[in-house]
Design a protein around this ligand. Structure first.
Ligand code: BGC
Length: 508
């Protein structure tokens, strides 16, 4: 009898393992888990020169070198959310999200870049947006810097100028003062790697400085110190009154070694891509990761630089950075394989970020790759990344602040559905192993200006019709699937939407 029971339980257990592996199980999210959707100001607001707003580096870039963007487009109108924000909130209600992550445009709030003039129209716009959300119990999660630097500050050196730490701190303080009574989640900076590496170390994002191996490290220091400044201002002056949370969002790719002998190369990539930022805040000892600091110092000396291209952090700076977080904001999209062999020696321009790493990357042909983009579908990479963060940084509370997949457009976005399901399942695997993941944010609520790709790549749960003056927003299949996940707080791989009409459920 006992033997029979154990055979039955063995079969059941095997079946359940099989179901899990083949993705057939319905899986549940923790009770207090939160879901949201995200956008960013330049990507959706439009109204680029309206009501006193001044130019950002993206206005400047798209107006002075338009065809640096894939379709020679810009964010002048984008999704016109400056005027259509009520529709955006309606969509969030349709989806049933708990929170909305959006960003404040610095040049809309402070057109001179400084605090001498706070733009009343900018204040009114963000007040309206926040109040509209709160009316429907949608929690605002506000990014202070999602790449919209006032152009005037760029002319003063942008993130290579140490005064940026003060200027950014002043801007953050104004935002806390104006909106902190209602905003309980703040993100200081979105993705330091992209800001510094792409903007200062290459030509693939504004301001396209292409100061390889130097500009990006100068940027890294000032940007991280600016983050710490804002965190401390909030912590010292606002936290006790406003009782919110504030942190930074760090983007991270998963770097998988091609073989065991490439483990060190993959670790180098992890540390140069995102560890350089995360270590300063989330590690036990703080400061730059030794691996990165030592490599750059050694190479700099060999290259004839008078000092390391990575500026040192003083003990005081390192201590200001360490622990300047209430959660780990993580953006994740993709994975790559990493290798190191003779073929990469001397391959990259020197000095450069790539030469500092000295390793190669590739993707597998069988991975699903979104059109014209580097985003690929590798859910196990997300799981491995979450596990690494748990182990390396003593299991910090994590908010996934972005995750999503691009398509070329169209309402039947099965690839996006597959991506969301696969990545959420990977996240649940990590949660089951102890990762403290509190929330998941889909990128993006709707199609928007996708930086250098203009409107050629679509990330939206809602499709936006850029031919229509109304910028009509229509839910894609993924919107219905996302809504069902949120409604049931579970992941049912077999759920198929049976309607094309989306409505607001009671209570939203
Ligand atoms: C950025 C978003 C962007 C998304 C998709 C992230 O790096 O934060 O602004 O649209 O990736 O490329």
């Amino acid at each position: 009898m006992l033997l029979k029971i154990s055979i039955v339980s063995l079969i059941l257990a095997t079946l359940s393992e099989f179901n899990k592996v083949s993705g057939q199980d319905i899986r549940h999210f923790p009770d207090d888990f939160l879901f949201g959707a995200a956008t960013a100001s330049y990507q959706i607001e439009g109204a680029w020169n309206v009501d006193g707003k001044s130019d950002s580096i993206w206005d400047h870039l798209t107006h002075t070198v338009p065809c640096t963007v894939a379709d020679c487009s810009n964010g002048d109108i984008a999704d016109n959310s400056y005027y259509l924000y009520k529709r955006d909130i309606e969509m969030l209600r349709e989806l049933g999200v708990d929170y909305y992550r959006f960003s404040i445009s610095w040049p809309r709030l402070l057109p001179t870049s400084f605090t001498d003039h706070v733009n009343p129209a900018g204040v009114e716009y963000y007040n309206n947006l926040i109040n509209e959300m709160l009316k429907y119990n949608i929690t605002p999660m506000v990014t202070l810097y999602h790449w919209e630097l006032p152009q005037k500050l760029q002319e003063l050196g942008g993130w290579t100028n140490p005064s940026m730490i003060d200027w950014y701190g002043d801007y953050a303080k104004i935002a806390f003062e104006l909106f902190g009574d209602r905003v309980k989640f703040w993100i200081t900076v979105n993705e330091p790697h992209l800001i510094c590496h792409r903007g200062y170390g290459s030509t693939t994002m504004a301001p396209r400085l292409n100061m390889q191996g130097t500009g990006e490290y100068l940027c890294a220091k000032n940007l991280m110190l600016a983050h710490a400044r804002a965190w401390h201002i909030y912590n010292d002056e606002y936290r006790s009154l406003q009782k919110g949370n504030i942190s930074i969002t760090i983007s991270a790719t998963w770097y998988e070694p091609e073989s065991e002998k490439d483990a060190a190369a993959a670790e180098d990539y992890h540390q140069f891509d995102w560890g350089i930022y995360a270590h300063t805040v989330f590690s036990e000892e703080g400061g730059w990761p030794h691996l990165v600091a030592d490599r750059i110092a050694t190479k700099s000396e060999l290259q004839g630089f008078a000092r390391s291209r990575l500026p040192a952090l003083t003990a005081e700076e390192a201590s200001n950075l360490l622990g300047s977080s209430d959660f780990y904001g993580l953006n994740h999209y993709s994975s790559v394989y990493v290798y190191r062999n003779e073929s990469v020696v001397g391959l990259y321009e020197s000095p450069s970020y790539y030469d500092d790493i000295e390793a190669g990357t590739f993707r597998l042909d069988e991975w699903k790759i979104s059109p014209n983009s580097s985003v690929n579908m590798v859910p196990w990479g997300f799981y491995k990344l979450l596990s690494k963060i748990r182990k390396d940084y003593n299991n910090p509370p994590i908010i996934i602040t972005e995750n999503g997949f691009a398509t070329a457009g169209g309402l039947e976005d099965d690839d996006r559905v597959k991506y969301f399901r696969g990545y959420m399942a990977a996240m649940l695997d990590a949660i089951e192993e102890g990762s403290d993941i509190r929330a998941y944010t889909a990128w993006s609520l709707m199609d928007n200006f996708e930086w250098m790709d203009g409107y050629t790549r679509r990330f939206g749960l809602y499709e936006v019709d850029y031919e229509s003056l109304e910028r009509t927003r229509t839910p894609r299949k993924s919107a219905f699937v996302f809504k069902e996940i949120l409604r049931t707080r579970s992941l049912d791989p077999n759920y198929e939407p049976t309607t094309t009409t989306i409505t607001i459920d009671p209570g939203h």
